[in-house]
Design a protein around this ligand. Structure first.
Ligand code: GLV
Ligand code: MN
Ligand code: MN
Length: 419
């Protein structure tokens, strides 16, 4: 038998990683490219089954917890908390092939490399994917990792109702992923997540690797205005209770508040609907959501409070009722400085250009960060496009990120023969 490669010579197999990414991308594939695997749908189940199949093929011990998070464990020479490599495999309805899937399948690639080289790590290594990271069907986002971290309540999340009226707990059971393992407090030695940047910075600057310093805060609020459905031709402008008008004013105000707040503040109205939605009927109901984000938690809370106050004023002026619901509230987090430094040095040592940067998107790593040393590795997104079927990262860029992940994971897990 040829001797096993020394850990320093290990390399990821880019063709194998790309082929798993393509295979998962065929589950829920959309015409024209991209993928739709909304959380806990049948396509999510098919994607989960495929990844679990790969975990088993690689000899990982698979466990599923009560919120449907899946862990595949590779034992180490010692007992104790594993180095967790994770992300998500659910997508938005207009998803690309790499958002989330990359972090999970790169984790499997790390395990594949370790298996092929018969490397025994000192600590266990786990590859994990977390339920409903996207929050596109059921709010909030980062749900599985949020329950795992104790930030979200399990019973409350199981009873959450999706945009299509489904209940999360029912669908989790229906697709066979209501696991038996209790959702414990996080027991991870450290947490690593490789992800596409989903923004324009690395691509614009021609930099290969982002060493992510933290994730900005996220605040989602749902507004439901209730006025009076009425005739569009006969109802004088002064006698309307137009829920659609109130919602439209709030949508415009969201952009104004973001621009006036300035700095890192962003605001998005991603859901907007009026009922009954007919040309000649004054809308009796309107629903909209705001997605506000900022690296400064206090500024973020102030922007949300300002919009809520505006919504109340508009509702009163138009004579419509208003109900608001907090959908997501996540504080900004900073990643572990030593681990961020390790990502940066490792990337540099492998000959890649690297920069430090915050994350604009939410990630499961955000839920782990308060509990164990956590870090993320970003690779470029072409044109900064994501949550879009044309999302693209070149295979060589993906390989660079996965190579950094491999080396950082090895460093944190330790190699028995190195001791
Ligand atoms: C998750 O993708 C989010 O940032 O909304
Ligand atoms: Mn993601
Ligand atoms: Mn996403």
């Amino acid at each position: 038998m040829p001797p096993s490669p020394r850990p320093a010579n290990l390399a990821i197999d880019s063709t194998r990683l790309m082929s798993r990414l393509a295979a998962l991308g065929r589950v829920g594939a959309l015409p024209g490219g991209g993928v739709c695997r909304l959380a806990l749908t049948d396509t999510d189940r098919q994607g989960r089954d495929r990844v679990v199949g790969w975990m088993r093929d690689l000899g990982l011990a698979v466990t599923v917890d009560r919120i449907g998070n899946v862990f595949g464990l590779r034992p180490g020479a010692e007992e104790g908390p594993p180095v967790v490599i994770g992300s998500h495999i659910d997508t938005v309805a207009t998803g690309g092939l790499y958002d989330g899937a990359l972090g999970v399948l790169a984790g499997l690639e790390v395990v594949n490399v370790l298996n092929d080289a018969a490397i025994r790590t000192r600590r266990p290594v786990a590859v994990a994917f977390f339920t409903n990271e996207e929050g596109a069907r059921f709010a909030p986002d980062m749900m599985g990792s949020g329950v795992l971290s104790g930030h979200l309540d399990l019973a409350e999340m199981l009873s959450s109702v999706g945009i299509d009226g489904a209940t999360l707990g029912d669908d989790l059971a229906r697709i066979g992923y209501a696991g038996e393992t209790p959702v414990g407090a996080i027991a991870a030695h450290c947490y690593l997540e490789l992800h596409i940047e989903q923004g324009p910075v690395l691509d614009a600057e021609g930099i290969a690797i982002g060493a992510v310093t933290g994730v900005q805060g996220i605040c989602w609020t749902e507004y439901r205005f209730k006025g009076q459905t009425n005739h569009a031709g006969t109802t004088p402008m002064t006698m309307r209770r137009d829920a659609g008008y109130a919602a439209a004013r709030l949508a415009v105000e969201a952009r104004r508040v973001a621009l006036e707040t300035g700095g890192a503040q962003v605001a998005t109205v991603g859901r907007f609907g009026v009922t009954p939605g007919l040309t000649n009927v004054v809308p009796g109901e309107a629903l909209l959501t705001t997605d506000l984000r900022n690296t400064d938690g206090a500024v973020l809370a102030a922007a949300d409070a300002r919009l809520q106050a505006f919504a109340r004023e508009v509702a009163a002026a138009e004579g419509v009722a208003l109900e608001t619901r907090a959908l997501a509230r996540f504080d900004p987090v900073a990643f572990d400085p030593a681990l961020v430094g390790l990502v940066e040095e490792t990337a540099r040592g492998l000959g890649h250009s690297v920069r430090r940067m915050p994350s604009g998107a939410g990630h499961d790593a955000q839920m782990f960060a308060p509990h164990c040393p956590s870090a993320m590795i970003f690779v470029p997104s072409k044109g900064g496009i994501s949550h879009n079927i044309t999302e693209h990262t070149d295979p060589a860029q993906i390989a660079a990120g996965a190579g950094v992940l491999l080396r950082v994971a090895l460093e944190k897990a330790g190699v028995e023969s190195d001791e």
